[in-house]
Write a protein that binds this ligand. Structure first.
Ligand code: PGA
Length: 255
């Protein structure tokens, strides 16, 4: 499957002008790269400007609210995101789980809302800071089960799961490629048990956590179905670094 690389800008950059410049540089840098699908997830206020400057780059949102409309001050609906041209929406990012207290039940409602609006959810899962050994498969299994509970199997075809161990996010301390591949295989097995092989095979699994140009290609498995893309935070804020990541995965050298 074509690798998917999503740049998660988080609460950056500071201005619309910088967001436009960054989006344009990424667009120019990756032009002609058909072997990788690239998406950018800017903050909500920049969705429109990035949307206008994105070229073939897909638009993603960093979050969504679960209701469709109404008295929910400060929230943004899936239909609004779709109307701005978003294709993907990240749901359950570890920063939202930690800072905003989002649990698997909330994540579940957000996935449903995304699917209803025909947005592709990018479900972020990953074990917490102190988890090790045996705890990891259990944590991943529980997050997946909670996030997907009761959602019709067929609706999940073509969606995305991002494995981001919390200890690797924003720390400069990535997981090892071998470990990431093992996690991808395990997540795909859990998905197959729950959804059936055919739907599980249609779901791309991404790795996230301290991805940089220098390590990006090593996470992508070629001979087996391991990680099929990347969720990139900090490194997506520097156009040359992000373009370098895309080029490395596309096999075009250092970009
Ligand atoms: P990072 O963030 O690349 O800065 O570690 C990844 C993410 O939060 O998606």
């Amino acid at each position: 499957m074509k690798p998917l690389i999503i740049g998660n800008w988080k609460m950056n950059p500071a201005s619309r002008r910088e967001a436009e410049t960054l989006a344009r540089s990424v667009r120019r840098g990756i032009a002609g790269s058909r072997r990788v699908e690239v998406a950018i997830a800017p903050p909500f206020p920049f969705l429109e400007s990035v949307g206008k400057n994105r070229g073939s780059v897909a638009l993603a949102a960093q979050d969504v609210f679960w209701e469709q409309s109404g008295a929910y001050t400060g929230e943004v609906s899936a239909a609004m995101l779709r109307d701005f041209g978003a294709r993907y929406v990240i749901v359950g990012h570890s920063e939202r789980r930690r800072i905003r207290g989002e649990d698997d039940a909330v994540v579940n409602r957000k996935i449903r809302a995304a699917l209803r609006a025909r947005l592709i959810p990018v479900l972020a899962i990953g074990e917490g800071a102190n988890a090790g050994g045996e705890v990891v498969p259990k944590a991943i299994g529980m997050q997946l089960a909670g996030a997907l509970a009761g959602i019709p199997k067929a609706a999940l075809a073509g969606t995305v799961v991002a494995y981001e161990p919390v200890w690797a996010v924003g720390t400069g301390n990535p997981d090892t490629p071998d470990n990431a591949t093992r996690r991808a295989i395990y997540i795909r097995k859990l998905l197959a048990d729950r959804l059936g092989r055919r739907i599980a095979d249609s779901i791309r699994i991404l790795y996230g956590g301290s991805v940089q140009r220098a390590n990006a290609a090593s996470f992508i498995a070629h001979d087996i179905r391991g990680m099929e893309g990347l969720l990139v935070g900090g490194a997506s804020l520097k156009a040359d670094e992000f373009v370098g990541i895309v080029c490395a995965v596309a096999g075009r050298g250092k970009g």
